[in-house]
Design a protein around this ligand. Structure first.
Ligand SMILES: *Cc1c(COP(=O)(O)O)cnc(C)c1O
Length: 419
């Protein structure tokens, strides 16, 4: 892989980093390596590649793992992983077939029977199901703590652990969906460090789907692993499903090895689409962030909007505002709000939208709206929804790259229709 140009910013490197045209008949763009397997120059080379891939011996100082089989490695994925690592300043990355396959591979690699997993709440529905229904079947105890505004949620959760219990991982999602509540990454990293022993390191994993990799860099705040649903902002066009995990070389070697055996890697075609998406990542996320600012300002002043959940309107003197100042670089483009009334008014608003589409998911070029209470968070029991701050009057918006005036006009006529 090409040497990193230290002077250049990630957005400057997304078009070329890690790819050489002479590999592919001078093609400017990296082709899709739509192949399951790769031809070895000779049997000795095949043997050497497998020795490294399966950890049978240490890699030599200049030796590289060659291409073997697309469940282990593929040029589109390797180039993509090199480029993704630039944004988060990570040593290594691995691309997965979905955000859920990245999260489940990480959970299976680092958790053992008898371990305790601590996680922030609310958390993505699929992650919640994996943690609270599947991991307990394998003897993992799961303890949640609320993203409740202050940095002490994790400490309260740790106090509930019984003597002798082994915390193994703190998994956080920040900002949380759909309330945009922040969890203090540095506070969790500090707690994990204190819990770690010489033989057992407690890891902090952060689902950074909502802000990253442009607006929040968890590794810089002490996290060990960063996870993404690349289906959202990284893919950015609502046309693929993929996931990413990033971290140190040491941890990522373990993650990549389990990925090989679970077969949770992304396909070459998805890898290629993501390479294309990365070229406009900064452009898209910046435009979406600016559009969201216009939309939030409009909503904040609308009489039908009872409450806005937007990072850009946090008061810097509050605990949440302080975490935001320390940890986030911009407020992103997911906004929730409570409409005056209830489910009826929320549905009338959603049904009246024209330019903004009624669909779950987020982070794409088009603006989307949904009703968390009955859609993305429908499987959360009502009492728990209430505790998480999800009410029937809540609507979640993901702002795209459209003209902000057009977006506001659409919201305006839909709010009028919701009367
Ligand atoms: C969508 C999402 C996931 C799951 O990702 P998939 O690509 O749908 O598997 C995980 N975490 C968050 C925060 C998400 O928004």
């Amino acid at each position: 892989m090409a040497k990193r140009n230290a002077a250049a910013h990630p957005e400057s490197l997304m078009m070329s980093y890690g790819y050489k045209p002479e590999w592919s008949e001078g093609a400017l763009k990296c082709p899709i390596f739509q192949t399951s397997t790769f031809v070895f120059k000779n049997a000795k080379e095949g043997k050497a590649f497998f020795e490294i891939a399966y950890g049978l011996r240490e890699k030599g100082p200049t030796e590289k793992l060659g291409l073997i089989y697309s469940r282990l490695n593929n040029p589109d994925l390797e180039i993509l992983e090199g480029r993704l690592a630039l944004w988060d300043k990570a040593e290594a990355a691995a691309v997965f077939s979905s955000g859920m396959s990245a999260i489940s591979t990480v959970a299976l690699e680092f958790l053992r029977p008898g371990d305790v997993l601590l996680h922030s709440e609310p958390i993505y529905g699929g992650t919640d199901y994996l943690f609270n229904h599947i991991l307990p079947r394998m003897g993992v105890r799961v303890v949640s703590f609320s993203a409740n505004g202050a940095s002490d949620g994790i400490h309260k959760a740790l106090k509930t652990l019984k003597k002798g219990e082994r915390p193994a991982m703190i998994f956080i999602e920040t900002p949380a969906n759909p309330t945009n509540l922040l969890v203090d990454i540095a506070a969790c990293a500090k707690a994990a460090k204190e819990l770690s022993t010489k033989n057992r390191r407690v890891l902090v994993a952060v689902d950074n789907t909502f802000l990253g990799p442009l607006w929040q860099r968890p590794l810089e705040h002490g996290a060990d692993l960063v996870l993404y649903s690349a289906t959202k902002f990284i893919g950015g066009h609502s046309d693929l499903i993929a996931g990413v995990c990033l971290g140190s070389q040491e941890l990522m070697t373990r993650v990549r090895t389990l990925r090989t055996f679970l077969g949770t890697m992304a396909s070459a075609w998805t890898g290629w689409l993501l390479l294309r998406s990365l070229e406009t990542l900064k452009l898209r996320m910046t435009c979406q962030m600016k559009n969201a600012r216009h939309v939030a300002t409009y909503l904040a002043n609308h009489p039908k909007v009872e409450r806005l959940y937007y990072l850009g309107s946090l008061d810097p003197s509050t605990p949440q505002g302080k975490i935001y100042q320390r940890q986030c670089l911009a407020p992103g483009s997911v906004i929730s709000f409570d409409i005056r009334g209830g489910e009826k008014e929320a549905f009338a608003f959603l049904d009246a939208l024209k330019l903004v589409k009624l669909a779950v998911s987020l982070g794409g070029t088009e603006s989307l709206a949904e009703h968390p209470g009955t859609m993305t968070h429908a499987d959360v029991p009502p009492a728990e929804q209430k505790r998480m701050g999800i009410s029937p009057k809540m609507v979640r918006l993901s702002i795209g790259v459209e003209n902000p005036g057009d977006l506001i006009r659409d919201l305006e006529q839909a709010l009028k229709a919701a009367a």
